[in-house]
Design a protein around this ligand. Sequence first.
Ligand code: ZN
Length: 97
Amino acid sequence: MEHSVPRIIPPSQCYSCGCQKFHKDERRVYTYQDYINNNTLMVQVHRRRYRCANCGTKQWDQICGASTYSRKTYRFIFWEASLSRNEKKFIHKNISL
Ligand SMILES: [Zn+2]
């Protein structure tokens, strides 16, 4: 079983101009809900923003194995989807964000 998700992948090229050189910009810690070995837990991921050396467009690194929108790992989402309605209620009450 893979334990090192979510992973982050730096951008390979600017989506605006195609330039492949970036300057490192701000860092931010993102917290995701994860599900490992029958336990729900929060995992922290250090993400970084990059600034294109050519046009200045900023973009975040890509996150692999998790949904940035819902702040959940795919492993958590798949597990959550397998639960009944009452089980979900119970979990949302007991996980503090
Ligand atoms: Zn660019």
